[in-house]
Each structure stands twice: as structure tokens, then as C-alpha cells.
Design a protein around this ligand. Sequence first.
Ligand code: KG4
Ligand code: ZN
Length: 355
Amino acid sequence: MLPVKRLKNRAKVLNMNQPIVILGIESSCDDTAAAVIKNGKLLSNIVANQDVHKQYGGVVPELASRAHQQNIIPVVHQAIKSAGINKNDISAIAFTRGPGLMGSLLVGTSFAKSFAMGLNIPLIEVNHMQGHVLAHFIEDNESGRFPTFPFLCLTVSGGHTQIVLVKNHFDMTVIGETIDDAAGEAFDKAAKILNLPYPGGPLIDKNAKTGNPLQYKFTKPSVPDLNFSFSGLKTGFMNFINTETSKNSNFVSENLSDICASIQHTIIEMLMSKLQKAMVQTGIKQIAIAGGVAANSGLRTSLKELEEKEGCTVFIPKFQYCTDNAAMIAITGYYKYMKGEFSTQTTSPSPRYAL
Ligand code: KG4
Ligand code: ZN
């Protein structure tokens, strides 16, 4: 094991003489991903999804870690190959230390540690939520503008719903978060009640496109400050569907678009009202979104409308950088590399790793 100090010295030498090539590895939930970033520019971004969970209506942790074990070597191999580099060109390996599922994190962490040891290069642990925020700084061939500091980031995924005050690449404060379910969970649970397969968020989005968002009304919980709550919405939605199907057994199939549009509209309204409150409280008018739910077309439209109405600047990442990916881990690793923040071989997964 190399002591941290020596790694810092080594990083400085590499920094001055060679391009910085970071291999990022992500395995926090049910996507096995690897990406290569060279001097901040994305060279490859590979994601292997796990279809095995579809039949169970949610991620089965044990099956996820087994699938990661099967996928990790081919995914990393493909990322290195597509980047057109040799493994000896890699400067450091960045991996997701948490938050996430213990068994899933363990696969990525163990692989990253072994590979770094084998190549005798530094190891960089990354917080998955920091990665979602820094996905905005991934440079690819079509890179547009990047947010400037400070900005607010609404991070909405299957496991998290946070409003983050981002002062710089490393200084991030959670100023609001969910007290129960995440927004992605609300989408997925609503979809499950409608008998749609997991993950249901994209299917609600798809069906909502042809529906009337004001057709059905659902009660929104009142939560203080900038926090969110989605569990009551799920119960209210389930009761509504049960009542309607007891009157008409074809209610869901006959009204699927309107039901999806209405529940999606309610979730988006809950997110947008807290985001606008955060803008007023902080006076910050640069808004970014991140996480899987940032792929939602209704949320994207609402943010664009906010931009026009409020004169704020909105940053919406490309679809492939919203859902779990390793490019966001690699870019975070790149910034940590330049700062000289490395981990040792004693590092271990942290399922509740705080931002
Ligand atoms: O960030 P992510 O890929 O994984 C986690 O870290 O959780 O987010 C996955 C979540 C799932 O709940 C999925 O249903 C949701 O993001 N999601 C969507 C859409 N695409 C993915 N939710 C609503 N609309 C979408 N288009
Ligand atoms: Zn995520």
C-alpha cells in the first residue's frame, strides 16, 4: 500500500509531465459503468444495465451485486478499448464509494482497488451524489456551457432528492432533501401500482406525453423548509386507483395517459415549488438538475419555462449523464486528482456516504 503522502507527490509529477487520464467506475445500484476521461474530456462512457430486476418490480440487491461481478471486467475492458488507450496510460482510478447498495458498491470498490494496485497508480473515492452534480462539467465533443459558481442543483434520482447549494467543485451543502421516498421512487411506485415494469419513471414519462396533466388531482403533502415528502402521495395514488378500479376494472387501461400525466404533473409541481423557494431564499438564479429523474421530459419543460419566466439560467445535462454513469465519477475523479485528494488501499464502501 502506498501512503497518501507519496501518492500526492507522485500525482504532482504526473500532473506536470503527462496528460491526466482517469478511469471512472460506477456500481452503486443496478448499472455497471466505466468511463475514461483525459484532461477533463470524455473518451468513452460504457453502461451495462441489469434487466434481471424487471420481473421483480424493483432492484434486488443480491442479484445486482452478482450482475456487477459478471459485468465489471467486460465493461472496464470496453471503456479502455473505446477510449483508444492502453491500461498503462491511466493516471488514476476513480470509483463510487457510496451512497448505494453495499453489495453493489463492494464489487466496484474491490475491482478499483485491485486494478489500481496492479497498475501501481492512485485510487480516488467518489461520492455518487457529488458525481451527479459534477456531471455538468463533463466535456464531450458537443459540450455547451457549464454552470458557474455558485449554483443550485436539484438532484433527483431513485434513491435521493436533494437541493444542493454548489459553491465550487468540492463545497456542496444540501439545503433541502426528502424526508422519506425519493422522487424517482415516487415515479417507480406509481408505475408499479399501474402494473408497469421497473423502472417505471421512463414509462410514466412516455405515457404522460399524450395525457391531460390536470385530469386528476392528488393531495400534496405540506413539508416545512426546503424538504420534500413523497410517501403520502404514493398512498393517495394507490387509494385513488383502487377506488376507481373497483368501479371500472378497465379504469387504468382506458385512462393510462391521463393518469400518468396527472401523477407526473403533481411530482413536478412538488419539485418545482421547492426549487423556486430555494431560489428566493438564496438569491441564486443559476439552476442545474441532475440524477435519473432529470431525464424526465415534463421536468425539463418546466425548467425551461422557469428560465423564461424568472430570467434564471437553467442547466440540463444530456440524457446519458442524468442516469447513473461512470463519466460523472471520472470527471469528479479528475478534479480530485488535480487537488491531490487520493484514497489508500484501506478504503471501503460507504452505503450512507454523506455529501
Ligand atoms: O440516477 P439514477 O439512474 O439511479 C439512482 O441513483 O437512483 O436514477 C434512477 C431513477 C429511477 O427511479 C427511474 O425511474 C428514474 O430515475 N427515471 C425517470 C426517468 N428516467 C429515469 N423518472 C421519470 N422520468 C424519466 N424519464
Ligand atoms: Zn444516481
